[in-house]
Design a protein around this ligand. Structure first.
Ligand SMILES: Cc1cc2nc3c(=O)[nH]c(=O)nc-3n(C[C@H](O)[C@H](O)[C@H](O)COP(=O)(O)OP(=O)(O)OC[C@H]3O[C@@H](n4cnc5c(N)ncnc54)[C@H](O)[C@@H]3O)c2cc1C
Ligand SMILES: NC(=O)c1ccc[n+]([C@@H]2O[C@H](COP(=O)([O-])OP(=O)(O)OC[C@H]3O[C@@H](n4cnc5c(N)ncnc54)[C@H](OP(=O)(O)O)[C@@H]3O)[C@@H](O)[C@H]2O)c1
Length: 343
């Protein structure tokens, strides 16, 4: 076992939250996989995750859930942000063995309008497999509080997200899972990993990035390129910004970080800065990376981003003379192998 590393999880200074000293001990798609040496992606080799060894799924089901405790719950968006997002850590005592990229189910307390227990909601795990405290005994989530106005003009609060965002340390949390094999990290430590996130879609990528840059593992040392594009509405809603900046300081050659702040930034044409708009600024570099046989693209977040990402990928491909006009969108989707969970 390797040495312990100390990192700090820090949240935007304008929030009411404080920094968390965290000790780390060593211990959201399909993938893009282009043939070696291909000038353009001639054939896509899909890597099925269905039979991934050692990945536990559904250890806990709604009929036999695991009850953990909330250890910590912190608002990570500023008070003036449009909406609230919280980072929370639950105890698992090592009983919920998950991998980076998996999700867990949460069954909120209480009953629904028919008097039945609430159904579970899925949440992408935001911590690496060893958890934020490095002891493999916790799991963390990044949850946006859902509040909307219905057609009758009433304010409606989402059941589970509000249950989670209101949890106090010490409270019980009923969990199921872990689930999902589609968003597992590539095993290749030299891979290029392009991560496209909107809002809380950042969760699985925080788990990847902690493993890559904040932890020491005997059997894994990331030496590839991780490139994160994160889209949020305002700078006051940038999630985990200080953590990511710390990673960049630690590994400037291995980590690239680009934010798209949709309500504050525009491109040269005055268009709203979505992540696909930001990606367009790097069209040539991205296309070169996409042609490599060990480049993997992951996408997680708002369903609506899918079309925009498809469009930017189409425009990247169109730059390749030999592909122009012959790539129907559907083929391109296969080609880039994007994960589209909710998305
Ligand atoms: C694989 C997966 C991973 C996920 N990971 C995360 C995560 O990491 N973080 C996270 O925050 N969420 C995540 N989600 C979403 C999460 O599962 C819940 O759907 C979300 O928290 C809302 O649940 P709720 O119980 O609060 O809302 P509910 O009480 O279930 O209400 C949601 C319903 O409200 C209605 N509704 C919602 N918005 C509006 C609107 N604007 N106008 C009208 N009606 C509306 C819709 O009918 C919607 O189905 C994930 C979902 C999936 C499938
Ligand atoms: N499936 C999973 O694994 C998973 C995991 C985590 C989260 N999620 C889901 O991801 C969603 C995240 O929502 P959120 O409320 O956290 O995000 P948010 O804070 O509202 O941020 C979303 C960002 O995406 C922008 N956006 C809107 N439409 C877009 C489009 N068509 N293309 C690109 N960007 C677009 C928004 O811009 P504007 O608002 O300014 O238009 C905003 O900047 C939730 O629905 C959550 O359920 C899914």
């Amino acid at each position: 076992m390797a040495a312990a590393v100390t990192a700090a999880v820090s949240f935007p200074s304008s929030t009411k939250s404080t920094s968390l000293p965290v000790k780390i001990h060593s211990h959201c798609t399909r993938k893009n996989h282009f043939k070696k040496g291909a000038k353009a992606p001639a054939k896509v080799e899909k890597v099925s995750k269905k039979n991934e060894e050692g990945v536990v799924v559904n250890k806990f089901k709604p009929k036999n859930p695991y009850t953990g405790k909330c250890l910590l719950n912190t608002k990570i968006t500023a008070d003036d942000a449009p909406g609230e997002t919280w980072h929370m850590v639950f105890s698992t005592e090592g009983e919920v063995p998950y991998r980076e990229g998996q999700s867990i189910g949460v069954i909120p307390d209480g009953i629904d309008k028919n008097g039945k227990p609430h159904k579970l909601r899925l949440y992408s795990i935001a911590s690496s497999a060893i958890g934020d405290f490095g002891d493999s005994k916790t799991v963390s989530l990044c949850v946006k509080r859902l509040v909307y106005t219905n057609d009758q003009g009433e304010t409606v609060k989402g059941v589970c997200s509000n249950f989670l965002c209101d949890l106090k340390p010490g409270a019980d949390v009923t969990m199921t899972g872990p689930v999902g094999k589609e968003m597992l990290m590539p095993k290749d430590p030299n891979a290029t990993v392009i991560m496209l996130a909107t809002g809380t879609g950042i969760a699985p990528f925080r788990s990847f990035l902690w493993k890559m840059f904040f932890e020491k593992h005997d059997d894994y040392k990331f030496n590839g390129l991780a490139w994160l594009f994160l889209g949020v509405p305002t700078s006051s809603s940038l999630l985990y910004k200080e953590e990511f900046e710390k990673m960049k300081e630690k590994a400037p050659e291995n980590f690239r970080l680009d934010f798209a702040v949709s309500r504050e930034q525009t491109n040269a044409n005055g268009e709203k800065m979505y992540i696909q708009t930001r990606m367009a600024e790097y069209a040539e570099e991205l296309w070169e990376l996409l042609k490599k046989d060990n480049t993997y693209v992951y996408m997680c977040g708002l369903k609506g981003m899918e079309k925009g990402i498809d469009d930017i990928m189409v425009s990247l491909a169109a730059k390749e003379e030999r592909l122009r006009n012959i790539l129907p969108l559907v083929f391109l989707q296969e080609l880039i192998g994007l994960s589209t969970k909710e998305v």
